[in-house]
Design a protein around this ligand. Structure first.
Ligand SMILES: Cc1ncc(COP(=O)(O)O)c(C=O)c1O
Length: 481
């Protein structure tokens, strides 16, 4: 494709994207594709000869669009917001168009230094202490793995340069709660600690937040048994209920054993932009690492995950490589992001944040986040006021966890008579909402029982859309009202 051919096709594609975004509200929110349907429609011999652009666009329209769940729909309330602000999409296009290669500072000085600029902007916007230095990773899962590797190496005094974990005299232990995202145990396992050395600390039965007293007791028990506390992963905004682990107290307890504290605020981190929400992050400046995803609620298109650390020298000691072909005269003067994480080659992701922040501005982003918080409070109020419905967890941010209990399942003493029937009812009405195509929400287990999660925060979701969802939910339980 020549630059002129690209110009023509790209104009068409940009028009197509704009039109697509305009019609998203009319599409079924959950994809109605059957397993294998997309593959069957698009499989065939690999193309040997160029095809017309129009043929490709036709397949995009006909097969790919119905083959995705419409995360950018105002009726999207599932999992967590995964916004793709169009301003950041422009940055993504610029990133691919530039074709830059981020392997060293020398391979693309702007890629490195713009990443320094935008991570510093976000540090400031979030009110984090100046010691934090950030880098952009693909996901919070990767960021957590990097944090666990850094924690392991601090606990072992860079044991990787000797016999590694296999030479450690005592097992190293990591602490989190059962509410932590699945990427947390995954990172702990991948970093070599072993499942036997992952402690799931008790949570408060009402807030689902880590109980610092139980953390202290678990660490003491491990020490008494000859094991060494190495790290704690605190979650601010758990995936299930947006529970907030008390980071300030966790930092104090961890410090008694020199354990690393990683804060996973993947979804909730965006709330740091709002001064009125910063109390949820109290103590975070005492942690060792902190990750959050602008590619969730903030709205920068995937993949844009931030990992901040306070001790860059330690991180680079763990991660750095120095093969002859990557050396340059400026090494030592410049940031080498290859030494801040796992991959060598890095995309120019900073452009996505740069475009997003410059074209939309923090003020508008804050207003949108506040709108979502307000909508969640409104829905929570409706649920509380409606007979037969209950809130299952405090609404700390934009996620509302709820359940409908049909009158026939309530015993004379007010308790539920058949929990399995209640589970079936919850899964049934959630499926009826999702099958309607007008909204999509997620059922999830809380303490072994099904609940519905309404995660508010898609960029186009306004109060009217939340009202429509609430009507839909009440209709979906109608036979049982
Ligand atoms: C609290 C929390 N941590 C981590 C993750 C994983 O994020 P990513 O998809 O960026 O790995 C999620 C996403 O669901 C999350 O909610």
């Amino acid at each position: 494709m020549t630059p002129e051919e690209f110009r023509a096709a790209a104009h068409e594609l940009v028009d197509w994207i704009a039109d697509f975004r305009l019609r998203v509200p009319d599409l079924p929110v959950r994809s109605e594709a059957e397993p294998g349907e997309v593959r069957t429609a698009l499989a065939g011999p690999p193309p040997e000869r160029p095809e017309p652009f129009a043929a490709l666009m036709d397949d995009l329209d006909r097969v790919v669009v119905p083959g995705i769940t419409q995360i950018q729909s105002p009726g999207y309330f599932a999992w967590f917001p995964s916004n793709a602000a169009l301003a950041s999409v422009l940055g993504d296009m610029a990133s691919s168009g530039l074709g830059a290669l981020g392997i060293t500072w020398q391979s693309a000085p702007a890629l490195t230094e713009l990443e320094e600029v935008v991570t510093e902007w976000l540090r400031e916007l979030c009110g984090l202490a100046p010691e934090w230095r950030g880098a952009i990773h693909d996901t919070a899962s990767t960021a957590c793995l990097v944090a666990m590797l850094a924690a392991r190496e601090r606990a072992t005094g860079l044991g990787e340069t000797r016999g590694g974990l296999q030479a450690e005299p005592a097992p190293l232990v990591v602490y989190a709660t059962a509410q932590a995202h699945s990427s947390v145990p995954k990172a702990v396992l991948l970093a070599g600690f072993g499942r036997e050395n992952l402690r799931l600390v008790d949570v408060d039965p009402v807030t689902y937040a880590m109980d610092p007293g139980s953390l202290r007791a678990a660490m003491a028990a491990d020490v008494a048994a000859g094991r060494r506390p190495a790290a704690v992963v605190a979650s601010i905004g758990t995936t299930g209920t947006t529970a907030v682990d008390p980071v300030a107290e966790i930092v104090t307890v961890a410090a008694e054993h020199g354990a690393w504290v990683h804060v996973d605020a993947a979804m909730a981190g965006s709330a740091m932009l709002l001064p009125e929400c910063r109390h949820l992050f109290a103590g975070v400046d005492g942690a060792d690492s902190l990750s959050w995803n602008p590619h969730k609620w903030l709205g920068t298109v995937l993949d844009t995950s931030l990992l901040y650390v306070r001790d860059v020298a330690h991180l680079t000691a763990v991660m750095s490589t120095n093969p002859s072909y990557l050396r340059s005269a400026v090494d030592g003067e410049v940031t080498q992001y290859k030494d801040w994480g796992i991959p060598l080659g890095r995309r120019f992701r900073a452009l996505k944040l740069w475009f997003h922040l410059r074209l939309d501005g923090a003020e508008a982003i804050r207003a949108r986040l506040r709108r979502d918080l307000d909508n969640a409070r409104w829905l929570a109020g409706e649920v509380e006021a409606e007979p037969g419905w209950e809130l299952l967890a405090p609404v700390t941010l934009q996620t509302v966890c709820l359940r409908h209990v049909p009158a026939e399942l309530v015993g004379t003493d007010g308790s539920v008579t058949d929990l399995d029937a209640l589970d079936a009812h919850t899964l049934g009405w959630v499926e009826r909402v999702n099958a309607s195509g007008r909204a999509f929400l997620t059922a999830a287990l809380l303490e072994g029982r099904w609940m519905a999660r309404v995660s508010i925060g898609a960029e186009p979701t306004e109060r009217g859309d939340v009202e429509a969802l609430w009507t839909l939910a009440r209709e979906a339980v109608a036979p049982h009202r």
